[in-house]
Design a binder for this molecule. Structure first.
Ligand code: HQG
Length: 179
């Protein structure tokens, strides 16, 4: 299990932020070659057999990674800082979405709204429990409810990834409510 976490952290870094660090090339949709990934894992003294990689992709708690149907290519489903076009279609969001953060960021968020910071989108969760886990990565979680229906009615676009992360460009303070 510890191996899975180490591989997952390495893959997140390479496939979202620094493909160069592992001599990987991402195509415009963020895909890279599975054989190149295995070679990079090997160079970093990480488990590098295809079965381990398949199991990691399949069992990753958050379904962070996606394999092509022919198992030749791998990509991160979201969370990139390098330029990629995930080719997601705009989708009508549920009435309410959630965001988990921490107290320290709250004043800025209530003034400036939720900003994408270093990612390509603001990441929102469909349920409170997930938002709580996201916030808890940084400390005691503070939960925000987002009036997604209201935003959508005012022409804000939403996208949803296959692992149910909702993405939007920014959330103005008007649509935010602390829970
Ligand atoms: C905060 C993980 C000050 C925001 C998670 C957050 C998620 C502001 C931080 C996914 C702000 C950005 C995304 C403002 C937003 N002023 N702070 N105006 N607007 N913030 O990591 O949502 O493990 O980029 O509240 O599970 O925490 O990567 O976003 O605390 O699904 O697969 O700025 O990342 O998934 O942090 O997390 P992040 P996030 P993975």
């Amino acid at each position: 299990m510890a191996d899975y976490v180490r591989i997952s952290k390495a893959l997140s870094y390479w496939l979202r932020h620094q493909p160069d660090a592992a001599s990987l090339m991402l195509d415009p949709q963020g895909w890279t070659n599975v054989d190149d990934v295995l070679a990079a894992l090997s160079r970093n003294a990480l488990p590098n057999d295809i079965d381990t990689l398949l199991a990691l992709v399949e069992h990753s708690d958050k379904q962070r990674f996606e394999l092509s149907p022919d198992l030749q290519r791998l990509r991160a489903r979201q969370g990139h800082s390098v330029a990629v076009d995930l080719a997601l279609a705009p989708t009508q969001p549920p009435e309410t979405l959630y965001h988990g953060t921490i107290e320290r960021f709250l004043a800025a968020i209530m003034t400036d709204g939720l900003q994408k910071m270093r990612r390509h989108h603001v990441h929102l969760s469909p349920d409170v429990q997930t938002a709580e886990r996201v916030g808890a990565r940084r400390g005691a979680p503070v939960l925000l409810a987002i009036d997604a229906a209201g935003m959508h009615a005012h022409s804000h676009s939403f996208f949803v990834t296959e692992n149910q992360v909702w993405l939007t460009d920014a959330v103005p303070p008007l649509y935010l409510r602390r829970l």
